[in-house]
Design a protein around this ligand. Structure first.
Ligand SMILES: Cc1cc2nc3c(=O)[nH]c(=O)nc-3n(C[C@H](O)[C@H](O)[C@H](O)COP(=O)(O)OP(=O)(O)OC[C@H]3O[C@@H](n4cnc5c(N)ncnc54)[C@H](O)[C@@H]3O)c2cc1C
Length: 494
């Protein structure tokens, strides 16, 4: 029987990067892709963000030259009301101060998977990994409760010291190895509609930007490529959605605000796609004897907005490094491979899930909750009217009356928002760095007559006594630039 050090199942971003890392480490590596070529069967918005410059700078340099790439220097937010009217446009370029951590600022890119996946697969084959396309892996070889290889649809059996399962959201490997039968909730269907567009119009009207549309019935992204774009939306598997995914996408497209965008871009529908995406609060177990799950197969997309390609590469790298370490010890048992989970939890990837539950519930209860979104939209619009330019151009009444009317509306809407804030936003407070809380309190200190004479240390002691909620942040034993540990925080809040 054929025998390899490492078999990788799946030639998507995670699988290719795992195969590359394993081959670079000198391991005899093969990776299998069911499509005729990598990227053949994959659909995704495929925006790659700033941290790619930090972690994969050479890849980002290379990708700039691929045909479908459009830069992302800004994210434009558009709010549409229940009548389909565009009510508000805003944008973010990220903070230049934060962006200094990576020399390229917000500089992300959008790229079609038909360009990205073959590029990454090529990195793996250049490093010495063997790629077999048009090969569906449909089972694992089990021996004494440990994965020892895989079987293909055509009946081949291939042995391996370690199998890395990179076979996406519906992972056959996870099921066949007994790691899980199905996702226990959280995996969602994401429909997308792709359009071809006039490239010059894209340059003039869209520029280097990603767009997002928020309305009372939807939250959808618009990913802009060199000569095309697609819109997509998630969370369609909620029980309370009455529309089918395609109907919902059609509804978005029919809104006047959308129609005018399509018209100026000379956009023509090209392809409708729908793809499963794990959108979890926390990934379930990611290893068993002889096998590790990476990328979507493991449930790694970000719990807030489901970015997942960086996560697939990063988990693929950690898994391949763990495989090299396990093979060098001659031990790929479940116990040995638990090292993989320890490593990803300790990495930037693990940090993504420290607030997984909080991030995912805030998104579900706002952008994906039509009733909540309708109310929040009104509040956001009222807040936008407090913008200095809005006051200048609000000619409905005398300017001071306009200002007072908006304040009145905000106060009418505030109770709803306060409930939302208490339930969904307040739990995130634990994540504010203690050093930031201390800095705010020190700024306030000179304004409190009774306390301004105290030393900083005594001032913090008094505040901690007065406020149980602030107490954990003022604990001298807490690391100053890390989230306050859950148990310490909960003790303080009680
Ligand atoms: C609509 C949509 C939009 C998204 N937008 C973004 C975005 O803008 N930015 C971002 O970072 N992430 C985005 N994501 C998430 C991102 O696409 C995934 O997290 C990422 O593709 C995961 O990579 P992967 O390699 O783990 O899995 P996949 O990309 O799913 O690749 C799995 C590969 O394995 C192959 N395969 C599957 N089963 C088998 C088998 N049994 N045998 C052989 N081969 C097999 C498949 O053909 C595929 O090539 C989006 C996802 C969706 C669905």
């Amino acid at each position: 029987m054929e025998k390899w050090d490492v078999v990788v199942v799946g030639g998507g971003p995670g699988g290719s990067y795992a195969a590359r890392t394993a081959a670079d480490a000198g391991l005899k590596t093969v990776f299998f892709e069911r499509g005729r070529k990598p990227g053949d069967k994959n659909s995704s918005g495929c925006g790659l963000g700033q941290r790619w410059w930090r972690d994969y700078p050479e890849i980002m340099e290379d990708l700039q030259d691929l045909p479908s790439v459009r830069k992302i220097e800004m994210v434009v937010i558009k709010l549409v009301d229940e009548h389909g009217r565009l009510r508000y446009t805003s944008g973010t370029t990220g903070s230049d101060l934060c962006a200094n951590r990576w020399p390229h600022g917000m500089d992300g890119i959008s790229i079609y998977r038909r360009d990205l996946d073959p590029y990454l697969a090529n990195l793996a084959t250049s490093a010495g990994a063997e790629l077999r396309t048009s090969t569906l892996v449909n089972d694992v070889i089990m021996d004494n409760g440990q994965v020892k290889g895989v079987k293909t649809e055509s009946g081949e059996s291939i042995q391996a010291d370690v199998v890395i399962a990179a076979d996406g959201a519906m992972s056959t490997m996870a099921k066949k190895s007994g790691l899980r039968k199905r996702w226990g909730g959280g995996c969602t269907l994401v429909p997308q509609l792709d359009f071809s567009c006039n490239e010059e119009r894209m340059d003039d009207i869209i520029g280097n930007a990603e767009w997002c549309w928020f309305g009372s019935l939807f939250a959808t992204y618009q990913v802009n490529f060199r000569d095309g774009m697609h819109i997509g939306a998630g969370q369609w598997l909620r029980d309370d959605w009455s529309e089918k995914p395609l109907d919902m996408i059609k509804k978005l497209v029919s809104y006047p605000a959308f129609q005018s965008t399509l018209k100026v871009l000379e956009a023509k529908p090209r392809e409708y796609q729908a793809h499963m995406l794990p959108w979890l609060e926390y990934p379930p177990k990611t290893y068993t004897g002889g096998m590790m799950l990476i990328g979507d197969a493991a449930g790694f997309p970000c719990p807030l907005e489901a970015e997942g390609i960086w996560h697939a590469l990063t988990s693929g790298k950690i898994a391949a490094e763990t495989a090299a370490w396990a093979i060098s010890k001659g031990d790929a048992s479940e116990r040995a491979l638990s090292e993989y989970e320890r490593r990803w939890k300790a990495s930037e990837l693990g940090k993504e899930f420290e607030f997984g539950k909080e991030w995912s519930s805030i998104w579900s209860a706002s952008a994906f909750d039509p009733a909540a979104m309708e109310k929040q939209l009104q509040l956001l619009l009222e807040f936008s009217m407090l913008h200095p330019f809005s006051i200048v151009f609000d000619w409905g009444d005398a300017h001071m009356d306009c200002l007072n009317q908006h304040l009145e509306h905000i106060m009418d809407l505030a109770p709803e928002f306060a409930d939302f804030g208490k339930q969904y936003v307040a739990p995130l407070a634990r994540g504010i760095w203690p050093k930031n809380v201390k800095r705010i309190l020190l700024n306030v200190k000179p304004k409190i007559p009774g306390l301004r004479r105290l030393s900083d240390q005594n001032y913090f002691k008094v505040i901690a006594k007065l406020s149980k909620g602030l107490a954990p942040f003022l604990d001298p034993n807490i690391k100053q630039d890390a989230a306050v540990p859950r148990d310490v925080y909960e003790r303080g809040v009680k």
